[in-house]
Design a protein around this ligand. Structure first.
Ligand code: ADP
Length: 185
């Protein structure tokens, strides 16, 4: 039975960075749906073409584009010893899908890590990052989408006793240390 971690947290919370470091230390794959979609766009696949306009606007990509991607990715060999999901699930229907899928493939969520960072800090960080979808208007819209669609997942996983809220407004090394200690416990 393989166990996984999920990183929640607003865009710019640092979840991608932390997920990557932790995955490397644990020797398990870091599965970022945002990275997978950006790869699909650069590979000019059908998925990439379908996803691009949503991403440019800071909207969520429709669930049907994401669910198969996750099902396939979690079925791969390297995911059988554990995984870190970053950017998925992003709304309640995706979380419900994941719960059903994990039951089917006998995987389990160990912890859902909610990295918490104040909004003003987030906007500043994202403006500095300067990715293609990081204009101020798009950033503000992504934060709204996060609040409306993704933030309710904290309650969803809290109800399952899986949620760990972590202060993300600290030095990256301090956060990494706390996460290491958490997964080792
Ligand atoms: P950020 O953490 O800055 O929001 P991501 O790389 O996680 O960046 O996601 C970038 C974009 O990819 C999102 O704004 C959204 O359009 C799309 N996306 C990523 N994951 C999902 C998902 N699980 N469901 C729907 N859309 C997604």
């Amino acid at each position: 039975m393989s166990q996984g971690l999920i990183f929640l947290g607003a865009p710019g919370s640092g979840k991608g960075t932390q997920a990557q470091v932790l995955a490397q230390n644990l020797g398990i794959p870091h599965i970022s749906t945002g990275d997978m979609l950006r790869q699909a766009i650069s590979d000019q696949t059908e998925l990439g073409a379908a996803a691009k306009s949503y991403m440019d606007k800071g909207e969520l990509v429709p669930d049907e584009l994401i669910l198969n991607l996750i099902r396939e990715r979690l079925g791969q060999e390297d995911a059988q010893k554990g995984w870190i999901l970053d950017g998925f699930p992003r709304n309640v229907p995706q979380a419900e899908f994941l719960d059903r899928l994990l039951e089917e493939i006998t995987h389990q969520i160990q912890w859902v890590i909610n990295l918490q960072v104040p909004d003003e800090v987030i906007v500043q960080r994202l403006l500095l990052r300067g990715r293609a979808d990081d204009s101020e208007a798009t950033i503000r819209h992504r934060l709204e989408v996060y609040r409306e669609k993704t933030a309710p997942l904290a309650d969803y996983f809290q109800a399952q006793g899986k949620l760990q809220s972590i202060d993300g407004h600290r030095a990256p090394e301090q956060i990494s240390q706390q996460l290491q200690a958490l997964v080792a416990a």
